[in-house]
Write a protein that binds this ligand. Structure first.
Ligand code: THU
Length: 138
């Protein structure tokens, strides 16, 4: 799957957003190592903090289905579903990516002209994963 194709699937996923409070529609498309793709959208809530971002929706769907090895994610968003620039992942989503993905996990940020590529190492350097720091499960 080419980055451009993954970006198109993220744009399609935007249309599934449930965003009555912010009006920002966000879409994501996650590419698994085996080639399968999971799409996600933001799902808001009247209490605000239970809101789930598009990236986490896609990642949680994939993990539920048994995937833990991810290659890339495309993300796009904008007010009323109109893309005016890149919509970078929030800090919580970066941490969830860090749980499953390495430094070279690629994030394609869709903008009004195409997309730009960043790595997880760029978005979340010095990342924390429990496996590296805890022995509770050993
Ligand atoms: N949002 C995402 O879906 N992904 C991000 O990485 C940033 C924020 C959503 C949450 C909320 O529904 C809306 O965008 C405005 O913050």
């Amino acid at each position: 799957m080419l980055p451009n194709e993954l970006c198109k699937l993220a744009m399609e996923a935007m249309g599934h957003a449930y965003a009555p409070y912010s009006g920002f529609q966000v879409g994501a498309a996650l590419l698994c190592a085996d080639g399968s793709v999971y799409q996600g959208c933001n799902i808001e809530n009247a209490a605000y903090s239970p809101t789930n971002c598009a990236e986490r929706t896609a990642i949680f769907k994939a993990v539920y289905d048994g995937h833990r090895d991810f290659t890339a994610i495309a993300v796009c968003g904008g007010k009323g579903g109109v893309i005016t620039g890149a919509f970078p992942p929030c800090g919580v989503c970066r941490q969830v990516m860090r749980e499953f993905c390495g430094d070279d996990f690629r994030i394609y940020l869709v903008n009004d002209k195409g997309f730009e590529t960043v790595t997880l190492a760029q978005l979340l350097p010095y990342g924390f994963t429990a496996g590296e720091h805890m022995s509770a499960n050993e």
